[in-house]
Write a protein that binds this ligand. Sequence first.
Ligand SMILES: C=C(O[C@H]1C=CC=C(C(=O)O)[C@@H]1O)C(=O)O
Length: 411
Amino acid sequence: MNLAVSAPDRLVVRTVHIPDPGDLIARLPHPAALAWIRHGEGIVGWGEAARLEPPGGPDRFAVAARWLREVFGTASIDDPLRLPGTGPVAFGGFGFDPKSPDSVLIVPRWILGRRDGHAWLTTVGTDGDPLALLHPPHPTTRLTWSDGALTAPGWERAVAAAVDRIRDGRLGKVVLARDLHAHADEPIDARVLLRRLAAAYPGCYTFSCAGLVGATPELLIRRTGGTLDSLVLAGTTARGTGPADDAARAARLFASAKDRQEHAYAAEMVRDALAPLCAELTVPDEPELLTLANVMHLASAVHGRLDTDRSVLDVLAALHPTPAVCGTPTDTALQLIRELEGMDRGRYAGPVGWVDSRGDGEWGIALRCAQIEGTRARLFAGCGIVADSAPAAELAEAQSKFRVMQYALEG
Ligand SMILES: C=C(O[C@H]1C=CC=C(C(=O)O)[C@@H]1O)C(=O)O
């Protein structure tokens, strides 16, 4: 196990009730921001009290859960609120591919939160000034764009190859992604991107963790006490030119056998993965429509009640990767992704979110995001491919999904 920043022997944690802090993103004093916000509520963090970079492997969720049990279990915690997200919290992101070494968990020094009429500040450690790192946000000026691993025609050929494999009967669905590179004149400030994303996509989960910044519509799992919630997304159409065009496109999406099949694979797998962990589970028979600023998705809201006390990380281990980002069957789809994408996804399409010391937490799938490193951003977008997929249509869908982060970077 590699502890890039070693945890102190014992964390000393104090949560206090505070007056409404207003815009959480505006309070972040440093570009190395940790954030999880939807409709203005959620948590932001900064500074680092402890950090874990679990090595790649299918057991990375279990390794992370063990480490957190140790770090939080030995902590001295003064938390009169005892709400989801109060007390110590770890923000995290896990590599998409089990082989990926990119997973990370960070326990910040300071956490500011707001939820259901409560606001709080959590301090981890007894020294230091939360505003010592004060560093005003700085918008990026000029950007240059270039292809990632595959050009657009190269990616269309990969989609065509995937369709051939599916028609050969080797698998039912695979999700293929591509990356785009942006290069700025000056370092990219995550807070500027977060502000634009939270304003343009308020219903999505705007997140930032170790340079991965985005606004995902897909809730992989939320654990609140014994309750689980998940929002399965698969099947997409671009937004129309106005309400009538939107309605026509939505009707075509619901009538599309291709999109319904893409969605069914994802919803069925989530049901099968959660059923053994739940005393009760509800999965709708029919998807509903989720409308975002750039696209519309088929969506299924899944609810469950855990059969026994399990951390949200245990539930993640059972769910990831769903066919919304990998395919069916999982192993065959993962092999095809490795063969055809020509890139390492890093933490794109992996779980991103937070967990507290009670095991509550919210984890999305890291979609509509970019990995920021200094002056560079690497954007990702993927599409579910089934037997009837057409490469040109999938390329257009990926372009619609890239628009989220293109807007975050360019304004
Ligand atoms: C893989 C992505 O989207 C997934 C989530 C929703 C809809 C999808 C689709 O219709 O293809 C994808 O499964 C992405 O945005 O990079």
